[in-house]
Design a protein around this ligand. Sequence first.
Ligand SMILES: [Zn+2]
Length: 434
Amino acid sequence: MFVTTCLNMYYEETTSKGPINIWVHFLRFLFICSQFHLISGYSNRDRALQLMSHYPLIDGHNDLALQLRIHHSNNLSQIDLNHIDKVATDISRLRAGHVQTQVFAAYVVCGAQQKDAVRLTLEQLDVIRRMCTEYQDFELVTSVQEIIESQERDKIACLISIEGGHSIDSSLPALRMFYQLGVRSMSLTHSCNTPWAESSSHLYNAFLNRESSLTHFGKAVVNEMNRLGMIVDLSHTSWGTALAVLNYSKAPVIFSHSSSFSICNHSRNVPDYLLRELKKNQGLIMVNFYSPFVACSDKGNVSHVADHFDHIRSVIGAESIGIGGDFDGGESFPQGLEDVSKYPAIIQELLRRNWTENELSGVLRRNFLRVFEEVEKVRDQLITQKPSEVHIPLEQVKNPCRLELRRPKFSSNAERRSLNLLFLTSVLLLSIAF
Ligand SMILES: [Zn+2]
């Protein structure tokens, strides 16, 4: 854009001056460019802002809903979403950061697994749906077409994801009902294993031993997500699970908020061999900004984050990269990237590192739209497939609170006889009473 503007100015300046030597042309061109730079201050910052006004960001992961629960018990009436204290996300800062589509995560802690994870997830979906329908700036979206239309209407689109497969309590009907509520993406695990997929974290030891990284039921979950048109998210899964899904999924998948393991050796990041598999799958890695993942310490800066972009581009190309800031999912964010208003800073830095505007328009927006569109295409191809009736075997769930709603079975004749006796006694007592 800078060069184009310089050329225009140069053309206007020289057309009236008749034929001149090529070197004079060149020197005059350099002089006009430097003058233009000084006068207009048309810096990488300006280029970043201009690029983002044409290609506003689609960000892959944000945990504002979690903070609304922690600080405000999801009572939206107590706050003004235009300006919220103690968090990194609100409407005014999303606008300042040129965020046009935000994937909001419905996340519930792993401690809720085998307990009330489904209820808590419903409550998080409720608060996201409320904030995205009660404020004029927001708009709930569920498809590529709706994202494009919301940009035309100058809205901030809210796309809903579920963070952690424990939210579906090993139930495909629950997954389908979440889809009906607008969920269009789910990460298969958070920091806990599920009975059917492994986490990258060893924080919880439940469901450690299983026959594979992605069980028969885990494959049924991936199939059902492909059939529904829900994006499979591999952030937080183990590398074994990620590889199994990359080889199994019919649709492209994403890492919604993960960075490069080669740059920072954290288990939440993605090693190069998995990046290459992701490339074959035509999926997307959306770079996470959280300091412990980008700088392997609490003290990150913009340059640390840009190093991840550079490395991933060198392995699989810019067309496989997006942005998943992970704001409000943790405390330590890099200096210069402290909240959602700061996104232009990373685009500015990548421009300085000679990323092209075409590459960056992909990173900001087009790459995610391509992947989501492909996920929708796979859904359309599977239109004749019926909803899956695969059930997880109870012995794999190992949850004493899980009920099987069937007619009660009597385990022994003795039990049946004692129930008959109870019934006869009740009849006898009632007939005496009346
Ligand atoms: Zn996360």
